[in-house]
Design a protein around this ligand. Structure first.
Ligand SMILES: O=C[C@H](O)[C@H](O)COP(=O)(O)O
Ligand SMILES: C=C(OP(=O)(O)O)C(=O)O
Length: 353
């Protein structure tokens, strides 16, 4: 067989192949210092304590739907740090620093995949920019949340993460469940976009088990990963065809978890299917959840909010408004502070009861 024939057989639909640095090289360029490692470990411990009911606070995962401008994200982190400190008796605030966007069909896939926002796909630059921002957020004293979408990228960034999500579109995927079984932090399993909670419960069980699968190690070498299983995978209610945040929905989910022999704990996402992607509805959802906390609902261990400096969303393409989402619509800063205060007061009341 001639070389051109071999190429036709193997790379028929590959346009080009561009080398990528190894995770170890990126860690070398942008190291997690000893101090920051200690802070990640401490944040993970706090997240685990909240999820396991040893810490009565409410976890709030809050931040932009996606990061497209690291400068605006760093400004957001500055503001959020002040709130996290101020409300720390009642809330464990974790910043959404989401770089990987799962698309229903096609669309911008996030800053790691396409840091220039124009489809040129400079993944090397994307990983560098992402890791640099993650370190900046940690330096501000905030724990970090991401969605894990690509099975290769965790080796580049997961050492900085205190809470991870497997999204609604990938929660049924064996690849993602295996990945979750080996990740070092608690993982939220979202209900499927059609509302299926059983699929997320299957994912929690699958992630708790040991797995063996092919992956890459930190040097970038193909490796067979043997995982221990992740005991801290948990359900995230994000709504489906309709919302699923009501007291009845939460109780029904807790019952399903109980019947599956799993800890009765949920995180409720105020955005996505629970707000019908209308950012103005997120405070309404959060207020309902606050009411449930005040009524003594201990199964709700966390809340997710999509929030940025400027409310709403914009399309990529033209001149961009600083601090506004380019994916789903986000709450603006002032309503975010009001929602955090409402949730903090409800968390305090629940603790007192
Ligand atoms: O969180 C963001 C979006 O909801 C998710 O990436 C799916 O977006 P899409 O349906 O617009 O592709
Ligand atoms: C994509 C997200 O959520 P979901 O998987 O629930 O759609 C997200 O939180 O950014």
């Amino acid at each position: 067989m001639t070389i051109p024939e071999v190429q036709r057989v193997s790379d028929h639909r590959i346009e080009s192949v561009v080398p990528l640095m190894s995770p170890a090289l990126l860690h070398h360029e942008l190291p997690l210092t000893h101090e920051l490692s200690a802070s990640v470990l401490e944040s993970r411990r706090q997240v685990e304590d909240v999820l396991n009911g040893r810490d009565p606070r409410l976890m709030v995962v809050v931040g932009p739907c996606s990061v497209h401008d690291p400068i605006a994200a760093a400004e957001y982190a500055d503001r959020l740090r002040d709130q996290a400190e101020r409300l720390s008796d009642d809330l464990l605030i974790v910043m959404r620093v989401y770089f990987e966007k799962p698309r229903s069909t096609v669309g911008w896939k996030g800053l790691i995949n396409d840091p220039a926002l124009d489809g040129t796909g400079d993944v090397s630059k994307g990983l560098r920019v992402a890791r640099a921002l993650l370190l900046q957020v940690l330096e501000r004293g905030l724990p970090v949340a991401v969605e894990f979408l690509d099975p290769i990228t965790p080796q580049y960034i997961a050492d900085t993460v205190a809470w991870g999500a497997i999204g609604a579109r990938t929660v049924e995927s064996q690849v993602h469940r295996q990945l979750a079984s080996g990740l070092s932090m608690p993982i939220g399993m979202k209900n499927r976009p059609d509302g299926s909670i059983g699929t997320a419960i299957d994912a929690i069980n699958a992630a708790a088990a040991k797995h063996v699968f092919p992956g890459i190690d930190v040097s970038g070498t193909p490796a067979i990963m043997h995982t221990t299983g992740n005991p801290d995978a948990h359900l995230v209610l994000r709504g489906g065809k309709g919302p699923n945040y009501s007291a009845e929905d939460v109780n029904a989910s807790l019952t399903l978890l109980h019947e599956a022999g799993l800890p009765e704990r949920v995180v409720v996402d105020c955005s996505h299917g629970n707000s019908n992607k209308d950012h103005l509805r997120q405070p309404i959802v959060a207020d309902d959840i606050a009411g449930q906390l005040e009524a003594g609902q201990h199964g709700i261990r966390g809340v997710m909010l999509e929030s940025f400096l400027v409310p709403g969303r914009q399309d990529l393409g033209g001149d961009l408004t600083y601090g506004q989402s380019v994916t789903d619509a986000c709450m603006g800063w002032d309503p975010t502070v009001e929602v955090l205060e409402r949730l903090a007061a409800a968390s305090a009341k629940r603790r007192a009861s």
